[in-house]
Design a protein around this ligand. Structure first.
Ligand code: ASP
Ligand code: MG
Length: 455
């Protein structure tokens, strides 16, 4: 352990003047933990850069550059509020530099003078380049010994622009080499998330939302004591608070539980992006910049079973069930493969699947290609389409061992018709499908049974 904490702030956490004030508070109150900061672009900036790229691609160079002006202004406004006119302000120079570089890059896009994928990443990188320089300057102005570090010198990737894969060994070495001496010297490194560079030194990006990934890589390389993801929600909840007023923040989750929940809409942590932290068993804490006093959710290797064995009840509405019945399926192989190929061809993800000897039932939330899918499936058997369902997913380490739990869940809702059940693919998850109009009722009943409360 190197005794440092990695703090990642998302776009809304650095959205405006008030947000920067909150970040300062979160960092300064934890200064003795030796924080290393990873920051996203200010909210809306990556979208604006992407949009400018698209405009330039159609030849509208000056329009593209103009469209970024309000966002340069947002940065400038923050810098003016925190940094007095008399004191040295390295950010103004950085902003001029960014403006010039972006002008040059957008010009190249309109002329197609370099590969577009490469130019696009170079353009997108300015969101995090600007936010990290600005945050470092603001923290310095407020008395912290902060220093912006260029992530492109620390995180090495392949050259798959737009979704570059980090090269771990090299990244680990560079992060340690560059950051450990700073941390030792009491400095607070500030890094832009999302951006990296290929071995050849070209700017790359890790894919949209990639700042969490950067933060997890840095935390893993430094063997940090904790990775804090500062966002705009207070961790992961026991269920959707809009459905059940008794919903509350889950204090501890295992990595496995968090991964199951991510899939069902608790989008706070994506399993792929926190993987480097998981590999080194680094605890990940989800914190709310708007409610800094709340503890949030801590995600750990082992969360332990809670008394009631389940951690969360999540759901996904707008689900369509497809049932395929075919006598040909009985005792034959190759049927499932033929079935899956249809979904693969139409790039449609199946959520829940359940099979019997002669039929398969499965659920979809994306019905864009439903008609074509049904036409193709009809070659395999009789197809029924039933819209208007919801998937409910009960997650908890307790499901692994306790045999009585599934029956407790189902007896709580015995008056409700269950269309499909899936249990066992993951030992911490029990998934079932009900009609959409009863979903609120089901969630409230389960929540009352397992978490108490009067709702
Ligand atoms: N700024 C990037 C995006 O908007 C990365 C991030 O925020 O994580 O996708
Ligand atoms: Mg984000």
């Amino acid at each position: 352990m190197n005794n440092c904490f990695v703090l990642k702030f998302g776009g809304t956490s650095v959205g405006d003047v008030a947000a920067f004030e909150r970040v300062f508070h979160a960092v300064s109150t934890q200064i003795e933990k030796r924080p290393v900061i990873v920051v996203s672009a200010m909210t809306m900036v990556t979208d604006a850069l992407l949009n400018a790229f698209e405009i330039a691609k159609k030849g509208g160079f000056s329009e593209a550059l103009m469209s970024l002006e309000p966002h340069f202004e947002r940065h400038l406004k923050v810098s003016k509020v925190f940094i007095s006119a008399e004191s040295p302000n390295a950010f103004n120079g950085e902003l001029d530099f960014a403006r010039n570089e972006l002008s040059d890059l957008l010009m190249r896009v309109s002329r197609r003078s370099l590969p577009l994928a490469m130019l696009k990443d170079a353009i997108l990188s300015y969101g995090e380049q600007m936010s990290s320089h600005l945050l470092a300057e603001v923290l310095r102005a407020k008395g912290l010994n902060a220093r912006q570090m260029d992530s492109r010198r620390l995180i090495v990737t392949d050259d798959e622009y737009g979704a570059a894969q980090p090269i771990w060994d090299e990244t680990e070495k560079l992060v340690r080499l560059e950051l450990l001496p700073l941390i030792e010297a009491g400095e607070v490194p500030v890094l832009g998330g999302f951006i990296a560079a290929s071995r050849g030194g070209e700017t790359t990006t890790l894919g949209r939302g990639g700042s969490d990934y950067s933060a997890a890589l840095v935390a893993a390389a430094l063997r940090a004591n904790e990775l804090q993801i500062w966002t705009d929600v207070t961790g992961v909840m026991t269920c959707d608070p809009r459905i059940c007023a008794e919903a509350r923040t889950i204090p501890f989750l295992s990595y496995e539980e968090a991964a199951e929940l991510a899939y069902f809409g608790a989008k706070v942590l994506h399993p792929k992006t926190i993987k480097p932290a998981v590999d080194f068993k680094i605890p990940v804490r989800v914190c709310n910049t708007f409610e800094p006093a709340e503890t949030g959710t801590m995600v750990l290797d082992e969360s332990g079973e809670t008394k009631n064995k389940i951690k969360s009840i999540s759901h996904k509405p707008n689900i369509t069930i497809l049932r395929i019945t075919s006598a040909r399926m009985l005792g034959s192989y190759g049927f499932m493969s033929a079935l899956f190929q249809v979904f693969e061809r139409f790039r449609t993800v199946i959520d829940v699947i359940s099979t019997s000897e002669v039929s398969v039932a499965l659920t979809l939330d994306n019905t864009d290609s439903l008609e074509q899918i049904v036409t193709e499936l009809e070659r395999l058997g009789d197809v029924e389409v039933e819209p208007g369902f919801a998937v409910i997913c009960v997650v908890g380490e307790g499901l692994r061992a306790s045999t009585g739990l599934a029956s407790k869940i189902f007896s709580t809702i015995e008056d409700i018709n269950i269309a499909l059940v899936s249990h066992g693919a993951s030992s911490v998850n029990l998934t079932f499908v009900v009609k959409e109009d009863v979903v609120g009722d089901v969630i409230r009943k389960l929540h009352r049974t397992f978490f108490g409360g009067s709702d």
